[in-house]
Design a protein around this ligand. Structure first.
Ligand SMILES: [Zn+2]
Length: 157
């Protein structure tokens, strides 16, 4: 997958320790009118499980919305039994292990709930943002004494 500029970044969220990043490709999907979203889904151990530039965001949803992320997660957490077996024939071993393991638990993130007032869907947490200024943190800073702050904010303490 090509690298996208920061200005094309849509979301960067923490889904139970998995990282989901999305980018605006600026075009529609190859075979339809939906806006194409590029994404990368990384396991807690740093292995990139899924990445592609061709997720079609529903025309009902804003491309940077939670709803778009939920649609994408619903697709990424498809498991044998949800769709026909042929769907999984090109899956890698890591992807199949994910299907058999955490995918079931993560499916709750992908569910759209109509009566959301009574049972709201889980809220997405932004991936590694500074608690003070909202600036980005990088993973290698997690071993510092204030892992929730960026370096600049930590120095100002
Ligand atoms: Zn900060």
């Amino acid at each position: 997958m090509k690298e996208y500029a920061e200005c094309n970044e849509l979301r960067d969220v923490n889904v139970d320790g998995y990282r989901l990043q999305t980018w605006d490709t600026g075009r529609s999907v190859a075979h339809g009118p939906q806006h194409a979203i590029a994404y990368r889904f990384t396991a807690p151990d740093g292995v990139v499980l899924f990445e592609s530039e061709n997720f079609g965001c529903s025309p009902r949803d804003c491309i940077d919305s939670d709803a778009c992320l939920r649609g994408l997660i619903g697709f990424l957490t498809c498991r044998p039994g949800d769709v026909e077996p042929a769907y999984f024939q090109d899956y890698t071993e890591a992807q199949l292990a994910f299907c058999d393991g955490d995918a079931e638990q993560l499916q709750t993130w992908g569910m759209e709930r109509q009566d959301s007032a009574e049972c709201p869907p889980p809220k997405f947490i932004e991936w590694a943002k500074c608690n003070q200024c909202g600036g980005k943190l990088t993973r290698d800073r997690f071993d510092r004494s204030h892992p929730d702050l960026c370096q600049a904010c930590e120095l100002r303490l």
